[in-house]
Design a protein around this ligand. Structure first.
Ligand code: HSE
Length: 320
């Protein structure tokens, strides 16, 4: 972090009043099969927010689209908490804000909605503090990861594309890669939600060494398949570390993934579920996967053919 603040304490906060930023954050799919807590993909479906620093007595929060009428509209709102976290790190008192959110990322479905809200808050704070404090990419990732708990959703939400994220003693780090143009993601979203905390509680403390070796080989192969050799995606998305432990909590997801994979489609649980990500090779494969799910699903599933987002989160100056 570099600080360009030359004004005494309190004056910085006052100087922010009237600043307004627009933030756009992509959905993400984490794990991608074998890359548990490590690999993530940014997808072209977005939450968009306008945030203005005010001198009102309290925050004013409006939510449209996904989450409207369900998420809190006070300082416990996840975007506001992430902003407060970022302002605290910068050592600048956070002003009250007017926040208008237009959300399109489904909640509780394994598409990174909480990571997106956290990244939105970090980026909104970064935008409001532009010219006062600047943040490195590692700092943005660390701030977001501190709130999310693991970096595999927040890294692609921040930076776009395919990301490899890992944790070092100095904090989380990432490498962004550009996905092969022959990869056509399809997300299948059920009506019911799944709690990440519940999914994580089903994980064992330790796994057989042979399973760890299995996943090391598949996740290394998956990086090559996604950037260079999509024809290897079916083998590269095999996993023994998390999906079968969690299957009991999402039986239809498990059944449909088995069906899709048996038909040759590289299908995996998206994040902690219950959505399914199919890393199809072309639009006709997507259509075939959608047809299979429509024919055999017992509940309603929404099909979202989504492009890979290559940009990640953006913050633009709306007005001053
Ligand atoms: N890697 C995480 C998990 C993603 O599967 O639990 C969900 O936040």
């Amino acid at each position: 972090m570099t600080s360009a603040a030359v004004v005494p304490g309190g004056a910085v906060e006052a100087s922010l009043v009237g600043r307004r930023v627009h933030v756009k954050v992509p959905a993400t799919s984490a794990n991608l099969g074998p890359g548990f807590d490590t690999l993530g993909l940014a997808l072209a479906r977005y939450d968009e927010l306008d945030v203005e620093a005010t001198d009102d007595a309290a925050h004013v929060i409006e939510v449209h689209g996904v989450g409207a009428g369900q998420v809190p509209l006070d300082e416990s709102h996840l975007v506001v908490r992430a902003m407060a976290h970022t302002f605290a790190y910068a050592g600048v008192p956070m002003p009250t804000i007017r926040l208008e959110a237009h959300n399109a990322i489904p909640h509780g479905r394994g598409l990174g909605s909480s990571g997106a809200a956290i990244v939105a808050g970090v980026m909104a704070a970064r935008g409001l503090l532009d010219g006062v404090v600047s943040f490195t990419p590692d700092e943005l990732l660390e701030l977001a990861t501190e709130l999310e708990g693991h970096p595999d959703n927040v890294a692609p939400a921040l930076f776009g594309g395919l990301t490899i994220a890992w944790v070092t003693p100095e904090g989380p780090r990432h490498k962004k890669l550009i996905v092969h143009r022959g990869v056509s993601p399809l997300v299948l979203v059920p009506e019911h939600e799944m709690s990440t905390a519940l999914a994580r509680s089903l994980q064992p403390e330790s796994v057989p060494h042979s399973d760890a070796v299995f996943n090391v080989s598949r996740s290394a192969l998956l990086v090559a398949a996604l950037i260079q050799s999509p024809e290897l995606l079916l083998q590269a998305t095999e996993d023994k570390l998390h999906q079968h432990y969690r299957a009991q909590a999402m039986p239809e997801t498990d059944r449909l993934i088995r069906l899709l994979r048996a038909a040759g489609h590289p299908a995996v649980v998206s994040g902690a579920g219950p959505s399914i990500l199919v890393l199809a090779s072309d639009p006709s494969e997507r259509a075939e996967a959608i047809r299979l799910v429509e024919e055999s699903a017992e509940t309603a599933w929404q099909a979202l053919p989504l492009a890979v987002d290559f940009l990640g989160a953006t913050v633009t100056d709306a007005a001053r």
